[in-house]
Design a protein around this ligand. Sequence first.
Ligand code: ADP
Ligand code: MG
Length: 244
Amino acid sequence: MKKLIQVTNLSVAYDAQSTAIENVSLTIAEPMIMGIIGPNGAGKSTLLKATLSLLPSKGTVAIAGEEAKKGRKHVAYVEQKSQIDATFPITVRECASLGTYNEVGLFRKVKKKHWQQVDEALVKVGLAEFAKRQISELSGGQFQRVLIARCLVQHAEYIFLDEPFVGIDSVSEKIIMDLLHELKQQGKIILIVHHDLSKVPDYFDHVLLMNKKIVAFGPTAETFTTANLRRAYGEMVMIGGEDV
Ligand code: ADP
Ligand code: MG
């Protein structure tokens, strides 16, 4: 399987008056942890959804050499937290097992082998002892770790996370980030929408700066510059509490 995400001239308009993303083209052909950075409303979430063909869009997307609707089976996607129903009455273990449905098939019984993978994933995210708990009884950080466990059992080659660290504790954030680095070492391509600029150099080896259009894309050291940040955010941009 060709490890590749190729986005060509992708545009999304939710209404006739304005576009949410405009002519976005990018090629990702090597394992990386890429931060998608830009102001509120810049189209970051829209870019992930359109890449997965979850929205009507113009342009083309290839994932692992297949058009998006087929190729997206290779992608584990966690949408922005506000969109997910954390009150749904299922346990931590059941929620993580949803990641196996690609292999198991929806409404089929999860097999012993898969339950083993689920339990291993829960150990990895430090939630083994919470397996039987309802997801509604978790903290925000613990819930986000369940969603990461769900990604792990999916064995996806590509992982898309939309603002995974919003409102979560620093222990959960570190557990997740360490795991993602491990997954990158295994050759995965990981895209993370992120808004905390102070963490960008620590977290990401590549950065996509955007504001409807791509402002810059490349290795963090070359891309995450004051000049590019100004182009994406405007004149006033704060990093770690300091004006730049
Ligand atoms: P970001 O994730 O960077 O904050 P979004 O991709 O959520 O930005 O949104 C980009 C633009 O599209 C914003 O102006 C937003 O208001 C608009 N938008 C997002 N989702 C919808 C929707 N479902 N219907 C109409 N407009 C939307
Ligand atoms: Mg968003």
